[in-house]
Every structure is written in C-alpha cells, then in structure tokens.
Design a protein around this ligand. Structure first.
Ligand code: NAD
Length: 457
C-alpha cells in the first residue's frame, strides 16, 4: 500500500475518536513498554552493532531512558489529561474558564542516528499519551536499531494508528509531507535539514518542534573544582564517541587553571577507557565513513594535547584534546559531534562571551564555578536551550525540565509532561451561566464609555 493511502487511513482512524480515550492511551503505553522490555537484548545488540554502545550506556541513554519516561507518562496520564481550571477576569464574571488538552491529530516524528532508539521512541510516548496517531521515520544510518524498532512498532500497533516508514530521509520526508498534511512535525537532527523540514511544513502551516544541534560551550572558571569538572566534562564528551547533541562542544577555560584541567582530563580519560580506548568496551565508534572523514580533518587543527589516533577501518577516533588559539580554525566553525575536545583559554569573561556569541543560541551551556555571582552572570549573559552548573549534559535526564533549543538549536521542547504538552492543543474554554446577563454589554453604547473604561483596563 502506498504511504499516501496509509496516511489517509490514519486520518480516518483518528477521526473515529478512538485514540482520545484514556483507557486506550494507557493501554497503548503499557503495550509499548512491554514490547520494549521483551526486546531488551535485541536492542542492546542492535545499538552495539550500529555504534559500539555497551549495554550499560544503552541503559542510561537509550532503552532505560525510554522506560523511565514511559513510566512517568503511565503514572501521570490521567492527571495530564484533566482540564486545567483557571480564573476568569472581572469583565466575564460569573463565567468559569478551563484549558482542555486535546490531541493534535496525525503527527510525524523524524529522528537521527546518534541515539537512534531513544530519539524516535521518547517523542512517541508524548504523542501517544496526548492521543495522536503517529508516523515514525527513523534514521537510515543506524540500520540495526531501525530494524529492531520496526519489529517493536509493528508487533505492538496497527499501522492505521502508528505507522513505521523507512528510507532515505531526503526522499521519504518530502514525499510524505507533500502528500499529506500532518498536524505536527517533530524533527530531531541537524540544523541544516531542520530548515528544509521547517520549509516543507510552512507550505501547509504545519506546526513544528525542531530539536537541532549546535556548538555547546563549556566554561571552566578559575574557582572551579577542577578534578570534579574534568570527570563531569569527559563523561558526556566521550560518551557515544562524542556523538551527542548536548555534549560539551568546546571548553573555555580560565588561563590560570588550564594546565591543571588538561592534566586532570588526561587522567580521567585513562581511568574511563584504559591504556587503549580502542580496546575498551565502553568507548563508541563513529557512525560511518563520511562522519569519520569529517572528524579526522579536525585532528590537524590547533595543538594536540592528548589522543589524536584515528583508525578508519574501525571507525575509531581516540578521545582527543586540542588546544585552540585561533577561533577561525575549522573545528570552531561547526558542531564537532565527535570525541575531539578543543580547549581555549580566556582571561576576561568578556573575551569568552565574544567567542560563544560567534555561534548564537547554543543548544546547551555548562559552567563550572564555585561563585554564585559568576554563575548568575553566565546564566544571564548567554541565551541557550538548557544547561548545567557544575555538571554537563545531565539536565536532559530530568523529565521535570523542558528539553529543547532556541533559534538555530531548535524550537519547542519535550520530556515528561512537556512531551504531552507538545503533542496537545490547549483548547481554551469559557463557560457562562444563564442567570446573569448584564444589559451594559449590548448596543446601543450611548453614555457607556466611562463604565467600559472602569471595567476594561
Ligand atoms: P540529519 O539531519 O542528517 O538526519 C535526521 C533525520 O532527517 C533522519 O531521519 C534523516 O533520514 C532525515 N533527513 C535527512 N536528510 C533529509 C532531508 N533532506 N529532508 C528531510 N529529512 C531528511 O541528522 P543526523 O546527522 O542524523 O543527526 C545529527 C544532528 O542531529 C546533529 O546536529 C545533532 O546535534 C542533532 N541532534 C539533536 C538532538 C536534539 O535533541 N536537539 C538530538 C540528537 C541529535
């Protein structure tokens, strides 16, 4: 069956109203959770095949992460679905008002390859919880994970409710978006492709959530606890071989603690991955040759401080530290998305701010400092999506925080209740009783201006 016939079927199914029911939504979430649990081993194997992820890393960042999010949705669904009572302004008294979340309709979720499982199925939790029908499009660049997700989705759901579509994104996505008017598109991936998706959506005024990338700075102040900072920076930077949207992209370190930080980072890398990271079970691989070649070029930028080894036959790039003195180097022009960490020293805060502003609106920012004054200053000086103080990347694991970017790093957000909100329309309703109907509201308005001025101001 062609995808346009399938999406038309989905629209019909959505119109029946079945997916709006609380029991239905809850049952679908429970079924999805059970199937994901059933295929735990296959998910581990697929992620190892695609990205050399260890089971432990998968649990933290992929299927375990997903299970934690779906657990929250199952527990909170009835609460999230309840209309929210709000106050009513003086003019409309004695009316009452409420906000009623309702499903958007048939929505489209498109995901990238770096966390191929989590980034497709976590938004799905919000979409199901909010009562939508969903078309899922995984990345074609993590084929083993795409295959196990196809099994999970097709075993759990009817295709008129949740449809799994595969293929080359540059062909499949425009085809789908030109042949069917979705009610929302939720896209995770690069900023460049995000712009094309936004353009396709704009033609039919389809709302979008864009979860994009960018260069996320990490600042280490002179008063930071350097040992702790080194661990907390190296963990996300080298997790999944740096192919993480919120990994610290580059370090801005106060010149007085640069040498100490570099020494600690080297120690930490050794503690994490041993004498040879290529032999470690806990160090990932670059997704494909195209990305490997792009990253390998960065190794000749700046001054090598640690690492630097690259093995194309194994898509391996060693955890690498590079000192950068020229911000015009290629490595500072685009998101790195790999295990190479540029280190730039600064003396005055203003100099560091100038460097960050070369890439406006990063997805994340991290500040390591012991001073609450500095913390406040950094938080107010730089617009960014989300971030951490004395930590890096882990803000995304707190479902009580909205996760998303701004400007070039995206629009909209999700996780926890925010996912439910992203896939719901907030219908605003005012209910007015019959027993009071003041004549002043109605024409003719002769001599009523002063009364209006009192009532409406
Ligand atoms: P990508 O943009 O190449 O691909 C993402 C998805 O878009 C894939 O499903 C792909 O098939 C599809 N696609 C590719 N070309 C397309 C086109 N021309 N038109 C429509 N769809 C197309 O991204 P990627 O390389 O898979 O992922 C890496 C990027 O994603 C990085 O920039 C990273 O920062 C970002 N990212 C962001 C987040 C976040 O939550 N903000 C999470 C992970 C990754």
């Amino acid at each position: 069956m062609s995808t346009s016939v399938l999406t038309a079927q989905m629209r019909e199914y959505f119109e029946t109203g079945v997916t709006k029911n609380y029991d239905f939504r809850l049952e679908q979430l429970r079924k999805l959770k059970a199937t994901v649990q059933k295929y735990e081993i296959e998910i581990f194997e697929a992620l190892h095949k695609d990205l050399h992820k260890s089971k432990e890393e998968c649990w933290i960042t992929e299927n375990g992460f997903f299970l934690s999010e779906i657990g929250v949705a199952i527990k909170k669904l009835s609460h999230w679905m309840k209309p929210e009572k709000v106050g009513t302004n003086l003019l409309n008294i004695p009316s009452s008002s409420f906000i009623m979340p309702e499903p958007l309709g048939v929505v489209f979720i498109i995901s990238p390859w770096n966390y191929p499982f989590q980034l497709l199925l976590t938004p799905l939790i919000g979409a199901i919880a909010a009562g939508n029908c969903v078309v899922l499009k995984p990345s074609e660049l993590a084929p083993a994970t795409a295959a196990i997700m196809k099994t999970i989705i097709e075993e759990t759901f009817d295709e008129k409710y949740i449809l799994y579509v595969e293929g080359d994104g540059a062909t499949v996505v425009p085809e789908l978006m030109n042949s069917f008017i979705f009610d929302h598109v939720f896209y995770t991936g690069s900023t460049a492709v995000g712009k094309s998706v936004y353009e396709l959506a704009a033609k039919n005024l389809v709302p979008v959530t864009l979860e994009l990338g960018g260069k996320s700075p990490c600042i280490v102040e002179a008063d930071a606890d350097i040992k702790t900072a080194a661990k907390r920076i190296a963990m996300p930077k080298f997790s999944n071989a740096g192919q993480m949207c919120v990994a610290p992209d580059y370090l801005l370190v106060h010149h007085s603690v640069k040498d100490e930080l570099v020494t600690e980072l080297k120690k930490v890398i050794h503690n994490f991955f041993g004498d040879d990271a290529q032999k470690s079970d806990f160090f990932g691989r670059i997704i494909n040759e195209k990305q490997f070649v792009r990253l390998e070029k960065y190794l000749s930028n700046g001054k090598l401080l640690a690492g630097g080894k690259a093995d194309k036959s194994n898509l391996y790039i060693e955890p690498t530290l590079i000192e950068i003195t020229d911000v015009n180097d290629a490595i500072m022009q685009e998101e790195i998305f790999g295990p190479i960490l540029p280190i730039i020293s600064f003396t005055e805060m203003q100099d560091a701010i100038r460097i960050i502003k070369l890439n406006k609106n990063p997805l994340a920012m991290y500040v390591f400092t012991s001073s609450s004054e500095k913390e406040k200053h950094w938080l107010s000086a730089i617009p960014f999506g989300g971030g951490c103080i004395n930590n890096a990347s882990l803000h995304l694991t707190n479902h009580k925080l909205p996760f998303g970017g701004r400007g070039a790093s995206g629009m909209g957000n999700y996780h926890g209740k925010f996912s439910f909100d992203t896939f719901s329309h907030k219908k605003a309703v005012m209910k007015t009783p019959k027993w009071l109907d003041l004549a002043i509201k109605y024409p003719p308005y002769t001599n009523k201006l002063n009364l209006f001025k009192k009532a409406i101001n």
